[in-house]
Design a protein around this ligand. Structure first.
Ligand SMILES: NC(=O)c1ccc[n+]([C@@H]2O[C@H](COP(=O)([O-])OP(=O)(O)OC[C@H]3O[C@@H](n4cnc5c(N)ncnc54)[C@H](O)[C@@H]3O)[C@@H](O)[C@H]2O)c1
Length: 320
């Protein structure tokens, strides 16, 4: 059985990867629990509380064939104020440490999270060949991942380092992210508590809401492929942009509790993303990826499985 280390394995996407793939791979989840929660992981999954910035913590994992690197400071608002230096240090240091550790330990492939935030307000659909100019510090760190991967792969061409620009990911196990969670989750939690979800502007802004199971699908295909991909980068999304108004409409129907969204002037004056939908033809052609979870099904599942007791802190009225 292939051995896979998932850094950030107790986080939102990492825990879904581990839980879905626990019978397919021998998975080890490493997480410092900065935002993750061990409860996200099925009890039989090997968990190591450790820091991806520390070689000695990575050494506790033992030999693995593949690394899925998801640890890091995982959204733009975390880089605000006091979070700026810590955010850069954590994201960059963990990535480089993991690459060093992986290349010294004969890892075959590293698969990592980049982000769609790199595209900012580029013309739609967002495609990997577009020029990108990161519009926030979070996106800068992910662009650095992509550049570092290309350098690493030149020196060590045996180890592929494949990046994924995730679109807007939603799904189970996001409670520990609290105020940094996806809008689908935040709106859901507000409505479940009888609070009005807060929409910035008129709600016509779109996001390519992608169920976490499809993100796991893309990462798994990257592990499984025999193709040499070097330091290539792929979008993962659905190829469709959905407006916040459409999400609210679906949630109002699902909850049917009379709670209506509250619309406020957008407080984010610079760099607010108006629209998002990915061109997914590259990942379809190269890896055989196809989105499988329809948004209405994903939202229904989200509403049915609300776990308010697990939320650390939240409100949909935060900068995003
Ligand atoms: N969720 C999205 O919509 C989305 C979109 C694009 C990219 N991403 C990227 O995907 C990755 C996973 O995101 P997520 O949504 O699951 O976020 P998350 O915050 O739930 O997961 C990240 C996990 O990494 C852990 N962590 C942070 N620093 C660490 C360190 N130094 N050592 C060990 N563990 C550490 C955190 O405790 C957390 O559990 C992140 O790199 C994020 O930037 C997420």
């Amino acid at each position: 059985m292939k051995k896979v280390l998932i850094t950030g394995g107790a986080g939102f996407i990492g825990s879904n990867f581990c839980n879905i793939n626990k019978d397919k791979y021998e998975v080890t989840a490493l997480d410092n629990l900065f935002l993750g929660d061990e409860k996200n992981l099925d009890p039989d999954i090997k968990f190591i509380k450790g820091d991806a910035c520390k070689m000695e913590d990575l050494d506790k994992v033992g030999p693995v064939d593949y690394v899925v690197h998801l640890a890091g400071t995982s959204s733009a608002p975390m880089f605000m104020g006091d979070g700026l230096i810590k955010g850069y240090m954590n994201s960059i240091e963990s990535f480089i440490t993991v690459l060093e550790w992986a290349s010294k330990n004969g890892v075959k492939k590293v698969v990592y999270a980049s982000t769609s935030s790199l595209y900012g307000n580029n013309p739609l659909p967002l495609v990997e060949t577009q020029e990108v100019t990161p519009i926030n510090h979070y996106a800068v760190t992910k662009r650095m991942y992509e550049y570092s991967s290309a350098c690493y792969n030149k020196v060590n061409p045996d180890m592929d380092i494949i990046g994924f620009r995730f679109m807007s990911v939603y799904g189970p196990n996001e409670e520990a992210k609290g105020q940094f969670a996806n809008l689908v989750s935040q709106f859901c939690w507000d409505m479940a508590r009888g609070l009005a979800p807060v929409i910035y502007g008129d709600g016509s802004q779109t996001r390519d809401f992608t169920n976490v199971r499809d993100v796991v699908q893309g990462l798994t295909l990257a592990i499984e492929t025999d193709k040499k991909l070097g330091a290539d980068v792929f979008n993962i999304g659905t190829g469709r942009g959905t407006s916040l108004n459409e999400i609210i409409e679906a949630l109002e129907k699902a909850f049917n509790n009379g709670i209506k969204a509250k619309y406020i002037e957008n407080p984010v004056k610079e760099g607010y993303v108006r629209g998002q939908n990915a061109d997914i033809s590259k990942i379809q052609e190269v890896l055989g990826y196809e989105p499988t979870v329809k948004l209405e099904d994903g939202i229904k599942e989200q509403v049915e499985n609300i776990r308010l007791d697990r939320i650390r802190q939240t409100s949909s009225d935060n900068l995003r």
